[in-house]
Design a protein around this ligand. Structure first.
Ligand code: GLN
Length: 275
């Protein structure tokens, strides 16, 4: 069967379980052939469909996320290795990096902290953005830290990235210019469906209202943020008011930034200038 036909057939079958069936088919076939998606599309006529493709397709049809099947996800300007030990980096989360790029238009951040680093996505994206910066990524999961360290190595960023086991910023010392945080924020009674069912619960759920981790993190931030610095904190689309209040209580000035779908996705906290 030709590559073109295999992609058409696979996309038709994937329609039952995916909102992006054609893209999924392309990513799976590219992975089976060990080529990039671009290469697959450009060299279609020279390539043939390998026997392993059907197994990958079956895994996707059974609901497994593409990123866990291929072991890869692009984020900002970098490509990350991902496993079921880490949340799959989302395009929405790039909103935090966009907010930081705006804040640091004139002066690059030197020291960066990423709380709940997971795959290392936010810290490594920031270190690739600011090539003189160094940073610390903290996670409560040793398995996630192993993934993050591997990503730092592969991206050539290991000498500027320190990954530590920790409970948010417990025992951490600042100051940091930029603090990036994508904590769990889904209320525990929310019933999820689709890809997210395969992701680590600990990276998703945060108590009755989804606010438990914000309540723990907010009081830790004032002592960690240096002068002129900012914290970019991911929130659920309906959490702007509740999470802003927690940050204002700690003396921060807070603005919200929307994701590409127009939902509030990122809170930017800066210290109110007293003079
Ligand atoms: N945005 C993710 C989702 O809704 C949640 C990620 C998180 O809790 N940090 O699937």
């Amino acid at each position: 069967m030709s590559v073109a036909q295999a992609l058409r057939d696979a996309a038709a079958r994937l329609e039952a379980i995916s909102g992006t069936p054609r893209l999924d088919a392309e990513l799976l076939l590219a992975h089976a052939l060990d080529v990039s998606r671009n290469e697959l599309l450009m060299r279609q006529r020279d390539l043939s469909v390998p026997p392993g493709f059907n197994l990958l397709l079956d895994r996707r049809l059974a609901g497994e996320p593409i990123a866990y099947i291929t072991g890869n996800r692009d984020f900002w300007t970098i490509s990350l290795h991902v496993t079921p030990d880490v949340l799959i980096p989302r395009p929405d989360t790039e909103t935090l990096i966009e907010a930081a790029v705006d804040h640091f238009a004139k002066r690059a951040p030197a020291h960066i902290l990423d709380l709940g680093t997971g795959s290392g996505a936010l810290l490594l994206a920031a270190l690739s953005q600011w090539q003189l910066a160094s940073g610390v990524g903290v996670d409560v999961s040793p398995a996630a830290l192993a993934v993050a360290r591997g990503n730092a190595e592969r991206l050539g960023l290991a000498d500027r990235a320190d990954f530590r086991l920790g409970d948010w910023a417990e025992g951490m010392e600042g100051p940091f210019d930029l603090i990036l945080i994508n904590p769990p924020y889904i209320a525990e009674d929310v019933v999820l469906s689709g890809d997210v069912l395969h992701e680590p619960n600990g990276a998703l759920f945060a108590g009755a209202e989804g606010l438990d981790d914000y309540r723990r993190i907010a009081p830790m931030l004032p002592r960690l943020l240096g002068p002129g610095g900012m914290a970019a904190i991911e929130i659920g689309y309906d959490q702007r008011v509740s999470v802003s209040a927690l940050l204002v209580d700690q003396g921060f000035s807070v603005t919200a930034r929307a994701d590409l779908a127009g939902h509030d996705r990122c809170l930017v906290a800066t210290l109110v200038d007293l003079d």
